[in-house]
Design a protein around this ligand. Structure first.
Ligand SMILES: CC(C)(COP(=O)(O)OP(=O)(O)OC[C@H]1O[C@@H](n2cnc3c(N)ncnc32)[C@H](O)[C@@H]1OP(=O)(O)O)[C@@H](O)C(=O)NCCC(=O)NCCS
Length: 143
């Protein structure tokens, strides 16, 4: 598996993973928009030509904000998500990011375990953050 910068050519495969990973998937133009933003960092993990995961993070001053991460369902629990997140963290550090934050659904226990394994701590609760009224747990990791 190798990590590359995301390109427009990856978006069909990224959208397949996005649609199979989330109840409220991002629309394609969210990714297209971020691919144009200087503050956004987008990477894909690939096995040969196949996209098996992706990550999108935003840098605001010393804050790195993890906006999106997903791994193809058939490639989970193989270290792909960890590798993508570590890539963003290392890049963020070179750009003077001091911490990374993210929101996760209260019901998404798998993702919570994933972030906790990587050292993130629960920071605070954002009530009714999602469109269906579900709370978000904000996680933070100091870099
Ligand atoms: C969350 C996600 C990105 C993790 O990616 P991944 O490649 O499967 O994660 P890794 O293989 O790097 O996991 C590293 C460790 O995190 C923990 N972990 C990951 N997924 C887990 C799960 N579903 N349940 C419990 N622990 C989990 C484990 O400790 C794992 O190590 P182990 O497999 O040796 O036990 C992936 O499950 C996914 O795409 N989920 C759907 C989209 C999503 O929820 N994104 C996050 C939104 S906030």
């Amino acid at each position: 598996m190798k990590i590359y910068k995301m390109s427009y050519q990856d978006l069909d495969q990224v959208m397949d993973i996005e649609n199979s990973s989330f109840k409220d998937p991002w629309k394609r133009d969210f990714f297209e928009h971020d691919l144009c933003r200087r503050s956004a960092m987008l990477f894909v993990a690939k096995e040969g030509p196949k996209v098996i995961g992706y990550i999108d993070a935003w840098l605001f001053g010393d804050e790195l904000h993890l906006a999106n991460i997903a791994v193809h369902p058939e490639f989970r629990r193989m270290g792909v998500g960890s590798k993508l997140l570590k890539k963003i963290i290392e890049l963020g550090k070179t750009k003077n990011a001091k911490y990374i934050v993210l929101e996760v659904r209260k019901s998404n226990f798998g993702a919570q375990k994933f972030y906790e394994k990587l050292g993130f701590k629960q920071y605070y609760l954002r009530p009714r953050y999602y469109s269906n009224g579900e709370d978000a747990i904000v996680y933070k990791l100091d870099l």
